[in-house]
Write a protein that binds this ligand. Structure first.
Ligand code: CP
Length: 310
């Protein structure tokens, strides 16, 4: 693979390969051991057409820890605001001879479009409702490290599935790695025919949570709901909010995950998000740096004359 535009199209062994590569960076990141400058002389452009805290910063930190020169383009301060098209923007980035481009965009498929126009590897940092592959990889790595494996673990993904690229990439990655995936949402936020992805769909959160090993909560993406039904926060919290009481009753001991940003008191209570033993939310962010180092390294191997994918 020249690019990482999604989990779709990756074989289970390729996902495992990326997780194994990421694993090699976890300890080095924790101890800040001897710097590794394998991307020295490489220019990494992070082009973000949508807001981000975790993904942008961790891609930048990942590139810097590998010695790359990282440059950030924020759409709000770019000529996109003057009406420049996506293809013209892609050609401009290409003309600057980037060695790797990381893109976040509000339109599903925009990353693929740019990938087809440039000469260097492109990594998807989230495109519309489509995919957020590095998020799924960091989630899988977090589960694997905490639970010792992914196969046959019962993972419940609850929230705004309709608008969630995180859910889509996670469903693809976790089912490929043989997890039992349950999805839960109000019917207005459940994508049609989601069972075709090999998951079981629920509208009752309590039933969905029974016996879960992992409960992954998603934010209501109100910015993608224009013209559609927007549930009230109070009503949503009552039926789909993860509280300590709900957790203790239906999935005591389950690992608690959230990709962030969280809306505390809506989809997740603070007492759950900050749960000392069970919450893996901070760990997810830590794994994000390791996963992004692995992806930057693997995708630039061909250009460095090193053997690429497994
Ligand atoms: N999880 C995630 O993508 O967070 P950001 O939007 O802050 O990058």
């Amino acid at each position: 693979h020249r690019h990482l535009t999604g989990i779709e199209g990756l074989e289970p062994h390729e996902i495992t390969f990326l997780l194994d590569e990421a694993e090699t960076w976890v300890e080095a990141n924790r101890t800040r051991a001897a710097p590794d400058r394998r991307l020295a002389g490489f220019t990494q452009i992070n082009a973000f057409f949508e807001n981000s805290t975790r993904t942008l910063l961790s891609f930048e930190i990942a590139g810097k820890r590998l010695g790359a020169d990282t440059v950030n383009m924020h759409a709000a301060q770019s000529s996109v605001k003057k009406g420049e098209t996506l293809i013209d923007t892609a050609q401009t980035l290409n003309a600057m001879r980037a060695d790797v481009i990381v893109i976040r965009h509000m339109s599903s498929g925009a990353v693929r479009l740019i990938a087809d126009k440039v000469d260097c590897p492109v990594l998807n940092a989230g495109d519309g409702r489509h995919e957020h592959p590095t998020q799924a990889l960091l989630d899988a790595l977090t589960i694997r490290r905490r639970l010792g494996g992914i196969a046959h673990k019962r993972v419940v993904i609850c929230g705004d599935l309709l608008h969630s690229r995180v859910a889509r990439s996670n469903i693809l990655a976790l089912t490929a790695l043989a997890a039992e995936v349950r999805v839960c949402a109000p019917s207005t936020l459940m994508p049609p025919a989601i069972e075709r992805f090999g998951v079981t769909a629920f509208t009752d959160f309590d039933r969905a949570m029974e016996g879960a090993d992992v409960v992954m909560m998603l934010r209501l993406q109100t910015e993608r709901m224009a013209g559609g039904y927007v549930p009230s926060s109070r009503e949503y919290h009552l039926r789909y909010g993860l509280t300590l009481e709900r957790l203790a009753k239906h999935a005591p001991g389950a690992l608690i995950m959230h990709p962030g940003p969280m809306n505390r008191g809506v989809e997740i209570d603070s007492a759950v998000a900050d749960h000392v033993e069970q919450s893996a939310i901070t760990e997810q962010v830590q794994m994000g740096v390791a996963v992004r180092m692995a992806c930057l390294d693997v995708l630039t191997r061909r250009a460095r004359g090193v053997e690429g994918w497994a």
